[in-house]
Design a binder for this molecule. Structure first.
Ligand code: TYD
Ligand code: MG
Length: 459
């Protein structure tokens, strides 16, 4: 097949140029031109439109068969939970994460399970040789695995194999290694990644094969290659967690077939990833006695409450003190410090402030605010919070403490794990129950100053 002449199109305005330029000639944005395969040449004018219209029938919405999507469970409960029940026919899943976090391991385990349930699979490996994949499967104890392996990085050959073998599930490990003949740019470049993902997505929709794309994540936490990948696919899963600890979290950040923000929790063992069915206590560090700068937060990830310890260290800073956070948003930290100063009289402007969510978990919900502020204050004053203490609640710029969604579920989980004192937004405290809730003593508050007062009185 003759090579189509490529064009460069702008990711900002969509304008195109026959050659690569640093600045888009249409909208003058910098570094936005990427290589693309042009559409088939237009021609035929009116007649062409008439012919095209005939070949693409329009359907009335009510006439479209809307059967519930069929799902095949992978047999790994924690993975099925984030997928929304299992893999979906024709679905495209993008799974991202740091190198070495366990993407290939998890997917190989899932494919083996599916294959054992007589669901045909294909594992396309571009990063490792067939022998390396085989070695991993032995390590995982998957003897006599019937998973089909293809060591290939050429998109056209992968598509041909998919069409030939018609697997129900195919894993492409990884999308950054795949390249298309149609483009001259190198594998892993924005243009290649986008083009290859688009072709594979089309193949999935046309054939009903569920395709799982593995993607690398850059240091900043974004998928290397274009964010457009996230728009193209049905489900986006991210691996989180500290590679030094054995726990791994898989979070759904987009899911057309299930709930977002649902998480699956795994432990990396000698024999691959094992689901942790009851993970609520794994993000607590085990102090026997309370220490300053530590506050336990009940966060709600997807449908499950999780207890996460927030640690803060406040120490005398230089002329421009540092604010660092791990697992929490840094801009939000700056805002909380300002609220602390203004409304609770806790001054950290000449102090370095470090905040960390234990276990490498990432917390994006504002309900973490109160725990972060209490941990910072506790570190600054060198006074630990009471034993068995938890807190949650969003804090606004005016110093008001706002309720968190599904407060009772959070409180119930904390009570179940033996916590005994809670500072919570007033609206989250059950009205009838009074101060006691399943063994927890509740201190409902409306404002951050009140929360500080409660903590002082408990010490
Ligand atoms: P891997 O799945 O290769 O990561 P990714 O595909 O995301 O880059 O995971 C590799 C890491 O997991 C490696 O550091 C070794 C470790 N590991 C185990 O601890 N136990 C196991 O059974 C396997 C297969 C890997
Ligand atoms: Mg890998």
């Amino acid at each position: 097949m003759a090579k189509e002449k490529t064009v460069y199109s702008c990711t900002e305005c969509g304008g195109s140029s026959p050659r690569w330029l640093g600045k888009c000639p249409h909208c003058e944005a910098w570094n936005t031109l990427v290589e693309t395969v042009p559409d088939a040449p237009a021609g035929g004018g009116k007649n062409r439109f008439a012919a095209l219209a005939k070949s693409t029938p329009v359907t009335v919405l009510a006439d479209i068969d809307a059967t519930e999507v069929s799902r095949a469970p992978t047999g790994i409960d924690e993975l099925d939970r984030v997928l929304g029940g299992g893999i979906v026919e024709g679905g495209v899943v993008l799974i991202g994460g740091d190198p070495g976090i366990g993407k290939s391991t998890l997917l190989l385990q899932a494919l083996d399970n599916l294959e054992r349930a007589q669901i045909p699979t294909l594992y396309v490996t571009g990063e490792e040789s067939g022998a390396q994949v085989a070695l991993r499967s032995r390590r995982l104890g998957l003897d006599h695995s019937q998973v089909k392996v293809l060591a290939e990085i050429n998109l056209e050959k992968i598509l041909a194999t998919l069409a030939n073998t018609r697997p129900a599930v195919a894993v492409i490990d990884s999308i950054q290694t795949v390249y298309s003949d149609q483009l001259t740019s190198a594998p892993g470049s924005v243009a290649q990644v986008r083009e290859c993902a688009a072709h594979l997505t089309r193949a999935a929709k046309a054939s009903g094969t569920c395709i799982v794309l593995v993607g690398h994540v850059t240091k900043e936490g974004a998928l290397a290659g274009p964010r457009v990948l996230e728009h193209m696919v049905d489900t986006v899963l991210y691996f989180e967690g500290d590679t030094h600890s054995s726990f791994r979290l898989v979070r759904a950040i987009k899911n057309r077939f299930g709930a977002v923000n649902e998480i699956g929790v795994f432990a990396m063992t000698e024999r691959g990833l094992k689901g942790v069915a009851n993970p609520s206590a794994i993000f607590l560090s085990q102090h026997t006695e309370p220490v300053p700068g530590s506050c336990v937060l009940v966060t709600l990830e997807g449908t499950r409450p999780l207890l996460v310890e927030i640690q803060a260290l406040v120490d005398t800073g230089g002329p421009s003190p540092r604010r660092l956070s791990v697992g929490l948003d840094r801009d939000r930290l700056a805002m909380l410090l300002a609220v602390l100063h203004r409304h609770a009289g806790v001054a950290c402007y000449d102090q370095d402030v470090f905040v960390n969510a234990v276990g490498g978990v990432r917390i994006s919900e504002p309900a973490a605010d109160l725990a972060v502020m209490l941990a910072i204050t506790s570190s600054l004053r060198g006074r630990p919070l009471p034993k068995g203490f938890i807190a949650f609640g969003e804090v606004g710029l005016a110093g008001e403490v706002r309720p968190a969604p599904r407060g009772q579920e959070r409180l119930r989980e904390a009570a179940k794990l033996g916590f005994s004192v809670a500072v919570v937004p007033r609206a989250n405290a059950p009205k009838k129950a009074g101060r006691e809730f399943e063994g927890l003593t509740l201190h409902p508050v409306d404002r951050i100053e009140e929360a500080m007062e409660v903590v002082r009185s408990l010490a």
